[in-house]
Design a binder for this molecule. Structure first.
Ligand code: SF4
Ligand code: FES
Length: 389
């Protein structure tokens, strides 16, 4: 009879759990769940060899093991450190960890632009969430941030290296999921950048998945860029009989219009099933899909916000106070984003693809209940979605 494997006991933030040998501290924490789980920016459990680059997941090992209970001298990356029997780990219970995490956020933001209002990833950006939860309110960085031109990686993906935090997830995805890559990290230190060799386009049929694994707005979907803000869209689970991938996707709807197709993500924000480019970029009609029902959205996510019932637009007070004069704008969003020529505040309903493609005054509708999948809501609200507060 095979010998029974001895489980290892680890205690994280005073909660004990038994795990199999070879489990990392991070995966043990994920088994416990909740606040004790360290945040991650580069680790991705679905990708081999990921993790170890960003240091977001640092924890303090207060006791190494039962055999050697000395604390580890430095904070360790929980995604790359295996548990030992009797190990005691501190994450949110350690002020040193929280302080170090603040420093990590500051480092990640050294070169990252702070322009979430005009970034396509805003509202679903891991770095935005991390900065909000763990960052300090200011930066001590005094130098010019490095900037790059946007590059089209083939017909569907755009790389804006200015936003990249060099987490290597896209490189691992291209290597392991789409089987062979034409891109990687070139150069070292401050000069490091994700680049394609001689701008070769990435045309593998699974390469679209790099968009989903990118934790920031560096890799974006060219078929969706600036068509809408994520909190105005409604995520819906759907599937189709695809012969190239699982066909299980998440549709991002605006009314009856499918604005974007992505893979489904689990509670850790990781892709459940990789999807092919055909599903992602070419199937943008409701008739292409069998709708399963609305996606369960975390109540804390910005995506669950903004579904107001009978909201009343507040009165414009600035010009009243300033005797009719208009306030001086520090930045005109239309000059820095790609939604030029569209005054979203001037249309009475949600923007749709048509608004940005041909008619800046075109507007959409909200659907009654995405479970049914079709039909308009006479009241003009989408509050019938059971996930909407
Ligand atoms: S482009 Fe995105 S996924 Fe790729 S290394 Fe940069 S941040 Fe990571
Ligand atoms: S998530 Fe562990 S080092 Fe990046």
């Amino acid at each position: 009879m095979a010998e029974e494997q001895k489980l290892l006991k680890v205690t994280i933030d005073n909660i004990s759990i038994e795990v199999e040998p070879g489990t990392t501290i991070l995966m043990a924490a994920r088994k416990i769940g909740g606040d004790v789980v360290p945040p991650t920016m580069c680790f991705y459990s679905k990708l081999k060899n990921s993790g170890g680059y960003c240091r977001t997941c640092l924890v303090r090992v207060a006791a190494g093991s039962t055999a050697d209970p000395r604390p580890m001298p430095k904070l360790v990356a929980s995604c790359r450190t295996n548990v030992m029997d009797g190990m005691v780990v501190e994450n949110i219970t350690s002020p040193a960890v929280l302080e170090a995490r603040k420093g990590v956020v500051e480092f990640l933001l050294l070169n990252h632009p702070l322009d979430c209002p005009v970034c396509d990833q805003a509202g679903e950006c891991d770095l935005q969430d991390l900065g909000y939860e763990h960052g300090s309110e200011g930066t001590r960085y005094e130098f010019k941030r490095r900037t790059f031109e946007r590059i089209d990686l083939g017909p569907y993906i755009q790389l804006h290296m200015t936003r990249c935090i060099l987490c290597y997830r896209c490189v691992h995805t291209a290597n392991q999921v789409s089987g062979g890559r034409d891109h990687g990290v070139l150069d070292r230190g401050d000069h490091s950048q994700i680049a394609t060799y001689i701008q070769k386009s990435l045309d593998n049929n699974l390469i679209g998945n790099v968009i989903d694994v990118c934790p920031v707005g560096a890799l974006t979907d060219r078929t969706f860029r600036f068509k809408n803000r994520v909190w105005f869209t409604k995520p819906v689970e759907a599937h189709c009989a695809c012969d190239k991938c699982s066909g299980k996707v998440r549709l991002w709807m605006r009314g009856d219009e499918v604005l974007r197709v992505t893979a489904r993500k689990d509670q850790w924000g990781e892709v459940e099933d990789w999807i092919c480019n055909t599903c992602r970029f070419d199937r943008k009609k409701m008739t292409d899909w069998v709708i399963e029902g609305p996606t369960k959205v975390n109540r804390h996510s910005v995506i669950s916000q903004g579904h107001y019932v009978h909201s009343v637009k507040p009165k414009e007070t600035f010009s009243a106070i300033m005797k009719g004069r208009k306030p001086k704008l520090m930045m005109d969003i239309h000059t820095v984003s790609e939604i030029n020529n569209v005054e979203l505040s001037e249309i009475n309903g949600p923007a749709t693809g048509k608004t940005f493609d041909e008619d800046p005054h075109a507007m959409g509708y909200n659907v009654t209940d995405v479970k049914i999948g079709v039909g308009r809501n006479a009241q003009g609200t989408d509050s019938t979605n059971p996930n909407t507060p």
